[in-house]
Design a binder for this molecule. Structure first.
Ligand SMILES: N[C@@H](CCC(=O)N[C@@H](CS)C(=O)NCC(=O)O)C(=O)O
Length: 218
């Protein structure tokens, strides 16, 4: 077996984890305990000096960054149609995936890790509060994407089939529950997330990571 995925339970690495599971390929999932700081240990830093999951290793080559990993898996498993193959449909899917990765995701990093943004501990609650307000608005944006998808008669945010945008949407809704954003605040999005979670591959990923759609509050 040459494929290995380093993941943190419930982290953004859920996206490639669910894709690998959906691919049907054999892979080795290796858990990194982020809360214990394993991402800062030498063994992991050798793979990714930036100290972040996910890391995919294929044939002894390590790849980090969700965008790079998703595009790599899309190319490696073309039958899965994780993303539209070409043209405007592909450009639009990548546009939305990049936005999730460079805007929605870092918004929540302010909730998880306010200390990355201020040394002043007394500022952390304020940073969290603003980030939660912004994150709630970004979930509403994703719900608009779900509405547009339904109006176009589509079943998946990523294209013809389940893919990275769907897995990221599920991850974000779950993160929101940690910050007191109840899934019912975005009913269409919640319906879509529950639909995603019913896919056997996604259900297996949730089970391996030992996580549920509604998480414990931070
Ligand atoms: N831009 C990176 C973000 C990765 C990232 O933020 N990973 C988080 C988990 S969701 C992480 O490993 N954090 C470790 C830490 O903050 O120490 C990507 O796309 O892969």
């Amino acid at each position: 077996m040459s494929l290995t995925l380093y993941y943190g339970p419930g982290a953004c690495s859920f996206v490639p984890h669910a894709m690998l599971e959906a691919s049907g390929a054999e892979f080795e999932p290796l858990m990194v305990k982020l809360h214990k700081g394993e991402q800062r240990e030498q063994a992991f830093q050798t793979l990714n000096p930036r100290g972040q999951v996910p890391v995919l290793v294929d044939a002894n080559q390590a790849i980090s960054q969700i965008m790079a990993i998703c595009l790599y898996l899309d190319e490696k498993f073309p039958k899965c149609e994780f993303l539209p193959a070409k043209g405007i449909a592909r450009a639009h899917a990548l546009q939305n995936l990049a936005w999730m990765n460079n805007t929605v995701h870092p918004t929540f990093t302010h909730v998880f890790r306010p200390a990355y943004f201020s040394d002043d501990e007394s500022a952390h609650e304020g940073i969290r509060a603003v980030a939660i307000r912004n994150f709630r608005a970004r979930l509403a944006d994703i719900q608009n994407m779900v509405q547009q998808m339904q109006q176009e008669g589509q079943q998946w945010l990523s294209g013809a089939k389940f893919g990275p945008l769907d897995a990221y949407a599920l991850t974000f809704v779950r993160w929101g529950t940690m910050a007191g954003i109840t899934p019912q605040e975005h009913p269409l999005l919640w319906e879509h997330v529950q639909h995603i979670a019913q896919l056997p591959a996604v259900a297996r990923t949730l089970e391996r990571e030992r996580i549920e759609l509604v998480a414990k509050a931070l």
